[in-house]
Ligand binder design. Structure first.
Ligand SMILES: [Zn+2]
Length: 280
C-alpha cells in the first residue's frame, strides 16, 4: 500500500475517533480519549533508551505507557496519540500482537522507515491537529517559524510535529529540515517546493552547507555557546542539488532536549516569476 493510502486511512481513523469521542477544538486530549476507550495510561516504570512509549495487550485489555525522558508535553501527547493509532487503525493490533498478548515499543522517531510506525504518526498528527482546525489556523499566523511556534502552542503539539504538519498545508515553496550537528536527519517539503523541476531531494546524512544559518547555529552550540535561534537567508541550492537560484528565508531553532535543530526555509515570492527570471 502506498504512503498516501496509508495516510488517508490513518486520517480517516483519527477523524472517526474525534467524532466518536466528541472532541473537536484544540487542544485535543488523547488521555481522555484513551480513558473513554478503557485504555489505562501511565508513565513507563523502566526507561529504555530511545523508547518513547508502548502499547500493551493482555487478552482484550489494552494499556499505554509513555516515557518522561523528555520534559516536553507536546512530545508526550504525541506519543500517547501514536499508541492510540495502533489501537484504532484497523489491522494494527492484529499485526503487532500476532500471538495475542504482548508489548509494542515505539521509538518516537518522526519520519520512521517502518510502515506501521509512520501510519501511527499520521494518525497522531491528524488526531492532535485536526485538518479543518489546522487548515483554518494556519492562515491566522505568520508565515515561517513564528507561525509554527504559535500553532504548536495552540494545538499542544511539539515543534517538530507541528512543523511537519505545517509543510503539508503551506502553499508556498517551503521545507522543514531537522538536523544534528553536521548532517540532515530528514527533510519535509511543501507541494509547491516539490513541484520545482530538477530539484534533487535532501537526504538523511547529507552534510549541511557551511553558508547556512543552520550550520552556523550548530557550530556555535558545538563550541559550547548558547544559541537558541538564528535567522538568515540562504540559496535554495544550499539544500537541494540542482535547484534554481532562488533566495530563501532561513529560520533556525535549537530543539532543547533533543540535541537537534529545526530549520524552516521558505519564500513568499511567486514561484513562477522566480523561475521565469532568476535575476529578478
Ligand atoms: Zn508505534
Amino acid at each position: 500500500m502506498s504512503d498516501k493510502l496509508d495516510q488517508n486511512e490513518a486520517e480517516a481513523a483519527a477523524a472517526r475517533v474525534l467524532k466518536d469521542h466528541c472532541q473537536s477544538s484544540p487542544p485535543i486530549d488523547p488521555f481522555t480519549i484513551a480513558s473513554d476507550a478503557h485504555i489505562h495510561v501511565c508513565v513507563m516504570q523502566t526507561q529504555e533508551s530511545g523508547v518513547a512509549g508502548c502499547l500493551l495487550r493482555v487478552g482484550n485489555e489494552f494499556g499505554i505507557q509513555y516515557s518522561r525522558s523528555l520534559p516536553n508535553e507536546g512530545f508526550i501527547r504525541f506519543t500517547v496519540a501514536h499508541e492510540l493509532g495502533h489501537y484504532f487503525i484497523p489491522g494494527h493490533a492484529e499485526r503487532l500482537f500476532a500471538n495475542g498478548d504482548g508489548m509494542h515499543k515505539s521509538r518516537g522517531e518522526l519520519a520512521s522507515s517502518d510502515r506501521l510506525e509512520r501510519q501511527a504518526d499520521f494518525f497522531a498528527s491528524s488526531l492532535l491537529m485536526p485538518a479543518d482546525q489546522f487548515g483554518k489556523a494556519i492562515w491566522r499566523v505568520d508565515l515561517g517559524l513564528d507561525g509554527i511556534v504559535h500553532l504548536a502552542d495552540l494545538f499542544g503539539t511539539s515543534l517538530t510535529a507541528t512543523a511537519i504538519n505545517y509543510a503539508k498545508y503551506a502553499d508556498v515553496p517551503l521545507a522543514i529540515i531537522v538536523s544534528n550537528a553536521k548532517a540532515i536527519e530528514y527533510c519535509i517539503m511543501s507541494e509547491s517546493l516539490k513541484s520545482i523541476p530538477s530539484l534533487g531531494w535532501a537526504k538523511k546524512g547529507d552534510p549541511l552547507s557551511r553558508t547556512t544559518a543552520t550550520y552556523q547555529l550548530n557550530e556555535r552550540v558545538t563550541a559550547g555557546e548558547r544559541c537558541d535561534r538564528r535567522d538568515g537567508v540562504c540559496d535554495l541550492d544550499d539544500w537541494f542539488e540542482g535547484a534554481p537560484e532562488v533566495e530563501m528565508t532561513e529560520e533556525v531553532l535549537r530543539l532543547g532536549g533533543y540535541g537537534k535543530t529545526l530549520t524552516v526555509i521558505y519564500t513568499d515570492e511567486d514561484l513562477d516569476e522566480l523561475l521565469a527570471d532568476p535575476d529578478e
